[in-house]
Design a binder for this molecule. Structure first.
Ligand code: PMV
Length: 352
Protein backbone atom coordinates (compact mmCIF):
# COMPACT_ATOMS: atom_id res chain seq x y z
CA UNK A 1 0.00 0.00 0.00
CA UNK A 2 1.15 3.52 -0.71
CA UNK A 3 0.52 6.19 1.89
CA UNK A 4 -2.53 8.41 1.72
CA UNK A 5 -2.34 11.32 -0.71
CA UNK A 6 -6.03 11.82 -1.29
CA UNK A 7 -7.83 14.82 0.25
CA UNK A 8 -11.19 14.12 1.79
CA UNK A 9 -13.89 16.69 1.04
CA UNK A 10 -15.84 17.35 4.26
CA UNK A 11 -19.46 16.37 3.59
CA UNK A 12 -22.75 15.90 5.34
CA UNK A 13 -25.64 13.59 4.44
CA UNK A 14 -29.13 13.32 5.87
CA UNK A 15 -31.10 10.09 5.47
CA UNK A 16 -34.53 9.31 6.82
CA UNK A 17 -35.48 6.12 8.54
CA UNK A 18 -37.87 3.70 6.85
CA UNK A 19 -40.30 1.08 8.06
CA UNK A 20 -40.82 -2.10 6.08
CA UNK A 21 -44.44 -2.73 5.08
CA UNK A 22 -43.35 -6.18 3.88
CA UNK A 23 -40.36 -7.18 5.99
CA UNK A 24 -36.89 -8.43 5.32
CA UNK A 25 -35.78 -11.05 7.84
CA UNK A 26 -33.01 -13.54 7.11
CA UNK A 27 -29.85 -13.56 5.00
CA UNK A 28 -29.38 -15.29 1.68
CA UNK A 29 -26.78 -18.10 1.54
CA UNK A 30 -23.67 -16.59 -0.01
CA UNK A 31 -19.95 -17.35 -0.25
CA UNK A 32 -19.48 -13.63 0.53
CA UNK A 33 -21.24 -12.90 3.84
CA UNK A 34 -19.94 -9.31 3.78
CA UNK A 35 -22.34 -8.61 0.89
CA UNK A 36 -25.15 -8.97 3.46
CA UNK A 37 -27.66 -10.31 0.97
CA UNK A 38 -31.26 -10.63 2.15
CA UNK A 39 -33.14 -13.92 1.81
CA UNK A 40 -36.28 -12.03 0.74
CA UNK A 41 -37.26 -8.81 -1.01
CA UNK A 42 -38.84 -6.02 1.03
CA UNK A 43 -41.00 -2.95 0.60
CA UNK A 44 -40.82 0.11 2.81
CA UNK A 45 -42.22 3.56 3.45
CA UNK A 46 -39.98 6.37 4.71
CA UNK A 47 -40.50 8.43 7.86
CA UNK A 48 -40.27 12.16 8.15
CA UNK A 49 -38.40 13.65 11.16
CA UNK A 50 -36.81 10.34 12.23
CA UNK A 51 -33.46 10.68 10.54
CA UNK A 52 -29.67 10.46 10.83
CA UNK A 53 -27.34 13.33 10.00
CA UNK A 54 -23.75 12.31 9.38
CA UNK A 55 -20.64 14.34 8.62
CA UNK A 56 -17.38 12.93 7.28
CA UNK A 57 -14.23 15.02 7.84
CA UNK A 58 -10.54 14.35 7.31
CA UNK A 59 -9.16 13.27 10.70
CA UNK A 60 -6.45 15.89 11.09
CA UNK A 61 -8.37 19.04 10.21
CA UNK A 62 -11.43 18.10 12.27
CA UNK A 63 -9.36 16.97 15.25
CA UNK A 64 -7.28 20.15 15.01
CA UNK A 65 -4.11 18.57 16.37
CA UNK A 66 -0.88 17.10 15.07
CA UNK A 67 -1.03 13.60 16.59
CA UNK A 68 -1.06 10.76 14.02
CA UNK A 69 -4.57 10.67 12.66
CA UNK A 70 -6.90 7.75 13.26
CA UNK A 71 -10.59 7.15 12.61
CA UNK A 72 -12.89 8.58 15.22
CA UNK A 73 -16.65 8.31 15.57
CA UNK A 74 -18.88 10.65 17.51
CA UNK A 75 -22.54 9.72 17.99
CA UNK A 76 -24.97 12.22 19.50
CA UNK A 77 -22.09 14.26 20.94
CA UNK A 78 -20.19 11.31 22.49
CA UNK A 79 -17.00 9.73 21.20
CA UNK A 80 -17.61 6.04 20.64
CA UNK A 81 -14.94 3.40 21.06
CA UNK A 82 -17.00 0.25 20.79
CA UNK A 83 -18.31 -2.35 18.35
CA UNK A 84 -20.55 0.24 16.72
CA UNK A 85 -17.51 2.42 15.97
CA UNK A 86 -15.72 -0.59 14.45
CA UNK A 87 -18.74 -1.21 12.18
CA UNK A 88 -18.65 2.41 11.07
CA UNK A 89 -14.91 2.26 10.23
CA UNK A 90 -15.39 -1.05 8.43
CA UNK A 91 -18.10 0.60 6.34
CA UNK A 92 -15.76 3.45 5.42
CA UNK A 93 -13.36 0.78 4.13
CA UNK A 94 -16.12 -0.60 1.88
CA UNK A 95 -16.88 2.81 0.42
CA UNK A 96 -13.14 3.42 -0.09
CA UNK A 97 -12.78 0.05 -1.86
CA UNK A 98 -15.60 1.07 -4.18
CA UNK A 99 -13.70 4.27 -5.00
CA UNK A 100 -10.55 2.30 -5.75
CA UNK A 101 -12.43 -0.07 -8.05
CA UNK A 102 -14.12 2.84 -9.88
CA UNK A 103 -10.98 4.87 -10.37
CA UNK A 104 -8.56 1.97 -10.97
CA UNK A 105 -6.19 3.81 -8.66
CA UNK A 106 -4.56 0.71 -7.16
CA UNK A 107 -4.20 -0.02 -3.47
CA UNK A 108 -4.08 3.36 -1.77
CA UNK A 109 -4.50 3.57 1.95
CA UNK A 110 -7.75 5.18 3.10
CA UNK A 111 -7.15 8.48 4.87
CA UNK A 112 -8.36 8.53 8.47
CA UNK A 113 -11.74 10.16 9.02
CA UNK A 114 -13.71 11.82 11.76
CA UNK A 115 -17.36 10.85 11.61
CA UNK A 116 -19.94 12.92 13.47
CA UNK A 117 -23.42 11.52 13.53
CA UNK A 118 -26.67 12.60 15.14
CA UNK A 119 -29.62 10.26 15.32
CA UNK A 120 -32.96 12.02 15.51
CA UNK A 121 -34.45 8.75 16.73
CA UNK A 122 -33.49 6.23 19.44
CA UNK A 123 -30.34 4.23 18.52
CA UNK A 124 -30.68 0.41 18.18
CA UNK A 125 -34.22 0.44 19.56
CA UNK A 126 -36.14 -1.13 16.67
CA UNK A 127 -36.88 2.21 15.00
CA UNK A 128 -34.54 1.59 12.09
CA UNK A 129 -31.66 3.80 13.26
CA UNK A 130 -29.28 1.46 11.41
CA UNK A 131 -31.22 2.11 8.19
CA UNK A 132 -30.93 5.89 8.37
CA UNK A 133 -27.47 5.70 9.99
CA UNK A 134 -25.78 3.53 7.37
CA UNK A 135 -27.56 5.29 4.50
CA UNK A 136 -26.31 8.70 5.73
CA UNK A 137 -22.81 7.32 6.35
CA UNK A 138 -22.67 5.76 2.87
CA UNK A 139 -23.75 8.95 1.13
CA UNK A 140 -21.49 11.26 3.13
CA UNK A 141 -18.45 8.99 2.77
CA UNK A 142 -19.08 8.43 -0.94
CA UNK A 143 -19.15 12.16 -1.58
CA UNK A 144 -16.16 12.77 0.72
CA UNK A 145 -14.17 10.13 -1.19
CA UNK A 146 -15.20 11.51 -4.61
CA UNK A 147 -17.56 8.72 -5.76
CA UNK A 148 -20.28 9.50 -8.31
CA UNK A 149 -23.79 9.90 -6.85
CA UNK A 150 -25.09 6.72 -8.50
CA UNK A 151 -27.82 5.66 -6.09
CA UNK A 152 -27.93 2.09 -7.40
CA UNK A 153 -24.28 1.60 -6.51
CA UNK A 154 -24.71 3.46 -3.22
CA UNK A 155 -27.76 1.37 -2.31
CA UNK A 156 -25.66 -1.77 -2.86
CA UNK A 157 -22.99 -0.30 -0.55
CA UNK A 158 -25.46 0.86 2.11
CA UNK A 159 -26.98 -2.64 2.24
CA UNK A 160 -23.63 -4.04 3.34
CA UNK A 161 -23.78 -1.89 6.47
CA UNK A 162 -27.39 -2.79 7.24
CA UNK A 163 -29.96 -4.49 5.00
CA UNK A 164 -32.66 -1.87 5.58
CA UNK A 165 -30.19 0.99 4.87
CA UNK A 166 -30.34 0.13 1.16
CA UNK A 167 -33.92 1.49 1.24
CA UNK A 168 -33.17 4.74 3.12
CA UNK A 169 -31.64 6.47 0.11
CA UNK A 170 -35.12 7.47 -1.05
CA UNK A 171 -38.29 8.85 0.42
CA UNK A 172 -41.73 7.32 -0.16
CA UNK A 173 -42.33 3.69 -1.10
CA UNK A 174 -39.12 1.79 -1.80
CA UNK A 175 -38.67 -1.77 -3.09
CA UNK A 176 -35.53 -3.72 -2.25
CA UNK A 177 -35.14 -6.65 -4.63
CA UNK A 178 -33.72 -9.85 -3.20
CA UNK A 179 -31.76 -10.36 -6.44
CA UNK A 180 -30.05 -13.49 -7.75
CA UNK A 181 -26.52 -12.40 -8.73
CA UNK A 182 -23.74 -13.86 -6.60
CA UNK A 183 -21.99 -10.49 -6.36
CA UNK A 184 -25.18 -8.80 -5.13
CA UNK A 185 -25.27 -6.29 -8.00
CA UNK A 186 -29.02 -6.84 -8.58
CA UNK A 187 -29.87 -6.62 -4.88
CA UNK A 188 -30.54 -2.89 -4.77
CA UNK A 189 -33.42 -0.74 -3.66
CA UNK A 190 -35.36 1.58 -5.92
CA UNK A 191 -38.34 3.87 -5.47
CA UNK A 192 -41.47 1.88 -6.26
CA UNK A 193 -42.46 2.44 -9.89
CA UNK A 194 -45.93 3.91 -10.50
CA UNK A 195 -46.54 4.58 -6.84
CA UNK A 196 -49.26 7.21 -6.55
CA UNK A 197 -48.74 10.36 -4.52
CA UNK A 198 -50.44 9.60 -1.20
CA UNK A 199 -49.84 12.68 0.96
CA UNK A 200 -52.51 11.77 3.53
CA UNK A 201 -50.48 8.80 4.82
CA UNK A 202 -49.11 9.12 8.36
CA UNK A 203 -47.08 6.97 10.69
CA UNK A 204 -48.04 7.08 14.36
CA UNK A 205 -44.98 5.85 16.26
CA UNK A 206 -45.74 4.42 19.67
CA UNK A 207 -42.58 4.23 21.81
CA UNK A 208 -42.83 1.46 24.39
CA UNK A 209 -39.31 1.41 25.84
CA UNK A 210 -36.30 3.64 26.28
CA UNK A 211 -33.83 0.73 26.04
CA UNK A 212 -31.89 -0.69 23.12
CA UNK A 213 -32.96 -4.11 21.82
CA UNK A 214 -31.51 -7.15 23.57
CA UNK A 215 -30.66 -9.18 20.46
CA UNK A 216 -29.37 -7.39 17.34
CA UNK A 217 -31.03 -8.19 14.02
CA UNK A 218 -28.09 -10.07 12.48
CA UNK A 219 -27.83 -12.39 15.48
CA UNK A 220 -31.63 -12.74 15.58
CA UNK A 221 -31.82 -13.61 11.88
CA UNK A 222 -29.12 -16.27 12.21
CA UNK A 223 -30.82 -17.84 15.22
CA UNK A 224 -34.18 -17.82 13.50
CA UNK A 225 -32.84 -19.35 10.29
CA UNK A 226 -30.97 -22.08 12.19
CA UNK A 227 -33.63 -23.05 14.71
CA UNK A 228 -37.14 -21.85 13.83
CA UNK A 229 -39.38 -24.45 12.16
CA UNK A 230 -41.48 -21.55 10.80
CA UNK A 231 -38.61 -19.87 8.97
CA UNK A 232 -39.19 -21.96 5.82
CA UNK A 233 -42.85 -20.88 5.74
CA UNK A 234 -41.80 -17.27 6.13
CA UNK A 235 -39.57 -17.54 3.05
CA UNK A 236 -42.12 -19.41 0.92
CA UNK A 237 -45.01 -17.00 1.28
CA UNK A 238 -42.97 -13.84 0.99
CA UNK A 239 -42.92 -12.83 -2.67
CA UNK A 240 -46.72 -13.02 -2.94
CA UNK A 241 -46.96 -10.60 0.02
CA UNK A 242 -44.79 -8.14 -1.91
CA UNK A 243 -47.01 -8.43 -4.99
CA UNK A 244 -50.16 -7.91 -2.90
CA UNK A 245 -48.72 -4.88 -1.15
CA UNK A 246 -47.62 -3.28 -4.43
CA UNK A 247 -51.12 -3.78 -5.87
CA UNK A 248 -52.66 -2.20 -2.74
CA UNK A 249 -50.32 0.82 -2.98
CA UNK A 250 -51.08 1.36 -6.65
CA UNK A 251 -54.83 1.18 -5.88
CA UNK A 252 -54.34 3.48 -2.84
CA UNK A 253 -56.25 0.91 -0.82
CA UNK A 254 -55.23 1.49 2.81
CA UNK A 255 -57.25 -1.44 4.18
CA UNK A 256 -55.63 -3.90 1.76
CA UNK A 257 -52.16 -2.48 2.39
CA UNK A 258 -52.68 -2.47 6.16
CA UNK A 259 -53.89 -6.06 6.15
CA UNK A 260 -50.89 -7.42 4.23
CA UNK A 261 -48.50 -5.26 6.29
CA UNK A 262 -49.83 -6.75 9.54
CA UNK A 263 -49.71 -10.26 8.07
CA UNK A 264 -46.04 -9.79 7.14
CA UNK A 265 -45.13 -8.45 10.60
CA UNK A 266 -46.98 -11.23 12.46
CA UNK A 267 -45.43 -13.94 10.29
CA UNK A 268 -41.98 -12.51 10.98
CA UNK A 269 -42.60 -12.35 14.73
CA UNK A 270 -44.14 -15.85 14.77
CA UNK A 271 -41.02 -17.25 13.16
CA UNK A 272 -38.81 -15.26 15.57
CA UNK A 273 -40.76 -16.56 18.57
CA UNK A 274 -40.40 -20.16 17.40
CA UNK A 275 -36.58 -19.87 17.52
CA UNK A 276 -34.54 -21.65 20.21
CA UNK A 277 -34.09 -19.83 22.50
CA UNK A 278 -37.12 -17.74 21.53
CA UNK A 279 -36.76 -14.22 20.18
CA UNK A 280 -39.46 -12.12 21.78
CA UNK A 281 -38.96 -8.49 20.82
CA UNK A 282 -42.34 -7.31 22.18
CA UNK A 283 -43.13 -6.19 25.71
CA UNK A 284 -46.45 -6.01 27.57
CA UNK A 285 -47.05 -2.47 26.30
CA UNK A 286 -46.63 -3.60 22.67
CA UNK A 287 -49.56 -5.96 23.18
CA UNK A 288 -51.58 -3.35 25.08
CA UNK A 289 -51.23 -0.97 22.13
CA UNK A 290 -52.07 -3.72 19.68
CA UNK A 291 -55.28 -4.63 21.55
CA UNK A 292 -56.31 -0.98 21.76
CA UNK A 293 -55.80 -0.66 18.01
CA UNK A 294 -57.92 -3.75 17.39
CA UNK A 295 -60.77 -2.25 19.45
CA UNK A 296 -60.58 1.03 17.56
CA UNK A 297 -60.58 -0.82 14.26
CA UNK A 298 -63.67 -2.76 15.28
CA UNK A 299 -65.30 0.67 15.76
CA UNK A 300 -64.37 1.64 12.20
CA UNK A 301 -61.00 3.39 12.48
CA UNK A 302 -58.73 2.63 9.53
CA UNK A 303 -55.30 2.10 11.08
CA UNK A 304 -52.83 -0.82 10.92
CA UNK A 305 -49.73 -1.69 12.89
CA UNK A 306 -46.31 -3.17 12.32
CA UNK A 307 -43.24 -3.74 14.48
CA UNK A 308 -39.62 -4.68 13.86
CA UNK A 309 -36.82 -6.15 15.99
CA UNK A 310 -37.96 -4.12 18.98
CA UNK A 311 -41.13 -3.45 20.99
CA UNK A 312 -42.29 -0.17 19.44
CA UNK A 313 -45.40 -0.16 17.25
CA UNK A 314 -45.67 1.86 14.07
CA UNK A 315 -49.26 2.53 13.04
CA UNK A 316 -50.09 3.39 9.44
CA UNK A 317 -53.14 5.61 8.96
CA UNK A 318 -54.37 8.61 7.06
CA UNK A 319 -54.70 12.16 8.35
CA UNK A 320 -56.85 13.20 10.21
CA UNK A 321 -57.14 9.85 12.08
CA UNK A 322 -53.62 10.35 13.45
CA UNK A 323 -54.84 12.87 16.06
CA UNK A 324 -57.36 10.38 17.52
CA UNK A 325 -54.77 7.62 17.49
CA UNK A 326 -52.13 9.74 19.19
CA UNK A 327 -54.49 10.64 22.03
CA UNK A 328 -55.72 7.11 22.39
CA UNK A 329 -52.36 5.33 22.29
CA UNK A 330 -50.80 7.78 24.76
CA UNK A 331 -53.29 6.46 27.33
CA UNK A 332 -52.22 2.82 27.04
CA UNK A 333 -50.33 1.79 30.15
CA UNK A 334 -46.54 1.85 29.65
CA UNK A 335 -46.48 4.04 26.53
CA UNK A 336 -43.60 6.50 26.80
CA UNK A 337 -44.20 8.72 23.81
CA UNK A 338 -46.39 8.93 20.73
CA UNK A 339 -45.23 10.71 17.62
CA UNK A 340 -47.04 11.32 14.37
CA UNK A 341 -44.88 11.76 11.28
CA UNK A 342 -45.51 11.98 7.57
CA UNK A 343 -43.66 10.34 4.73
CA UNK A 344 -39.96 11.26 4.64
CA UNK A 345 -38.07 12.76 1.69
CA UNK A 346 -35.11 11.41 -0.32
CA UNK A 347 -31.73 11.40 1.39
CA UNK A 348 -29.51 14.35 0.49
CA UNK A 349 -25.85 15.33 0.58
CA UNK A 350 -24.09 18.64 1.16
CA UNK A 351 -20.42 19.65 0.81
CA UNK A 352 -19.38 21.49 3.97
O1 PMV B 1 -31.34 -3.57 8.53
P1 PMV B 1 -31.22 -4.70 9.50
O2 PMV B 1 -30.17 -5.64 9.06
O3 PMV B 1 -31.05 -4.22 10.89
O4 PMV B 1 -32.59 -5.54 9.48
C1 PMV B 1 -33.85 -4.95 9.63
C2 PMV B 1 -34.89 -5.98 9.79
C3 PMV B 1 -36.26 -5.46 10.14
O5 PMV B 1 -36.25 -4.13 10.57
C4 PMV B 1 -36.83 -6.32 11.25
C5 PMV B 1 -37.20 -5.58 8.93
C6 PMV B 1 -36.97 -4.61 7.81
O6 PMV B 1 -37.18 -5.02 6.66
O7 PMV B 1 -36.61 -3.45 8.06
Amino acid sequence: MTSASFSIVPCKAVAHSNIALVKYWGKRESPHPDLNLPAVSSLSLSLDELRSETEVHPATSAAGDSVPSRDRFELDGQWMDNQMAQKVFRHLDRVWQQRLSQTNSGATERPACVIRSTNHLPTAGGLASSASGFAALTLAAAKAFGLADDRRVLSDLARRGSGSAARSLWGGFVHLERGRAENGSDCVAQPLAQAPSWPALRWVIVHTTGSAKSVGSTEGMTRCKNTSPYYAGWLESHESDIREAIAAIRAQDLAALGEIMEHSAFKMHASMMASRPPLVYWNATTLGVWHRLQSRRAEGLRAYATSDAGPHLKILCEAPDDAILQRDMAQVQGVLKVQSVGVGPDAWIEVL
